[in-house]
Design a protein around this ligand. Structure first.
Ligand code: THU
Length: 216
């Protein structure tokens, strides 16, 4: 409606004015301006509040590795992935029937397994990643987690695509990494494709930190 109205007004005022002969030129200029703005603001320039004065745009990118077979990983990490598959057996998921297994490799060489544990009061359940990381924290407080492998299984078969952790698990991964003071590698596995992320913090920009130092 706004665009139709603006067009009608544009043509009417042009026809009324002595600049009517400039109509084609003005139309081309207006089109060019519109497309330039549209390209810069694909979500629509009307939605961009004060876009013309907001110069300090920032971008967030991160690198990760996609692998088609876990044989591309080190022996230690292949073993960790296999242990996450093993952990699927302990999943208690009668409601979703979606099993998730997690294996955390600690710096002291220990491997801690976790699986999703559901509950009839749905929100009371917990994801595999958090079961593993909280268990690791309870058993070996302060010991850094070097790597966390996650696998999932639905209807008896491992998922083809890598399982993607929920936001709450990402938040917990980041704080676990913060406590350990070392980057935690995350391996998200699927039978046809897996993903390796070098630092768990990549997974949750603007994660919650319990201080006012987030932007330092
Ligand atoms: N789940 C996990 O354990 N980890 C994830 O990364 C995603 C989801 C669980 C929660 C619930 O028991 C089931 O998968 C289906 O949502």
């Amino acid at each position: 409606m706004v665009i139709i109205g603006a067009n009608a007004w544009f043509w009417y005022s042009l026809n009324q004015s002595k600049f009517v002969l400039l109509a084609p030129v003005l139309t081309i200029l207006r089109g060019l301006a519109f497309f330039t703005i549209k390209k810069k603001h694909p979500r629509g320039w009307l939605l961009q509040p004060k876009w013309h004065t907001m110069k300090n745009h920032k971008e967030y990118n991160f690198k990760y590795t996609e692998i088609s077979t876990i044989t591309e990983l080190s022996d230690e990490e292949q073993n960790l992935v296999n242990q996450s598959l093993e952990a699927l057996k302990t999943s208690y998921s009668p409601y979703s029937k979606f099993k998730v297994g997690a294996a955390a490799l600690l710096e002291n060489g220990e491997v801690i397994l976790g699986s999703n544990q559901e509950n009839g009061a749905y929100p009371s359940g917990l994801c595999a990643e958090r079961v593993a990381l909280f268990y690791a924290g309870a058993k070996y407080p302060g010991v850094p987690v070097k790597c966390l492998a996650v696998s999932a299984c639905f209807e008896g078969e491992q998922t083809k695509s890598p399982v993607s952790p929920c936001g709450a698990c990402r938040q917990v991964m980041i704080e676990t990494q913060h406590i350990g003071k070392k980057p935690m590698r995350i391996i998200l596995t699927g039978s046809e494709k897996s993903i390796v992320i070098e630092n768990s913090a990549f997974l949750l920009p603007f994660n919650f930190v319990n201080t006012d130092k987030i932007f330092e």
